[in-house]
Design a protein around this ligand. Structure first.
Ligand SMILES: [Zn+2]
Length: 152
């Protein structure tokens, strides 16, 4: 099983920072991705950061990298987790939005099982923080059809 951890945006992606510019999403998600990969590798898993570059890598290239692994190993043997840090508002002001959420592709997929595990871990380790859920389909994860999952 190949585990790909995508750190989301690059340093030159417009926006993606706090109103004062001190918090940069790409830096934090790269720290998270590196820590997750190191921990997974220490546990014996075949994990790697999908985008080690600091520059913004176009979605088409990120999808190409994912598809290459899926062709090589079969898509049932590849897990993709894309790490993001969400924010609220685009008015340059700080807002008080907070929380943690996990999105999977629409419908019942293998990703739902991983999401269930992540939600259990979040409930255990993020006590006191808002855990955002959507139980409309019977499980906690939110669903969306993001570009990385749609492919090109
Ligand atoms: Zn993001």
């Amino acid at each position: 099983m190949k585990i790909l951890i995508d750190p989301g945006h690059g340093r030159n992606t417009p926006g993606k920072c706090s109103p004062d510019g001190r918090f940069r999403e790409y830096q934090y998600t790269r720290e998270i991705a590196a820590a997750v990969v190191a921990r997974l590798q220490a546990l014996g898993h075949d994990a790697e950061v999908l985008v080690p570059e600091f520059e913004d890598i176009p979605l088409s290239e990120r999808v190409r990298r994912i598809n290459a692994w899926c062709r090589r190993l079969g898509k049932d043997h590849v897990v993709l987790v894309s790490v993001h840090v969400d924010a609220a508002g685009s008015d340059g002001q700080r807002h008080t939005a907070a929380g943690w959420s996990c999105y999977t592709s629409p419908g019942q997929t293998a990703g739902d099982r991983l999401a269930d595990c992540l939600y259990r871990a979040a409930e255990k380790h993020l006590q006191g923080h808002k855990i955002r859920t959507d139980y409309s389909d019977g499980d906690a994860d939110k669903e969306a059809c993001f570009a990385l999952w749609r492919g090109y």
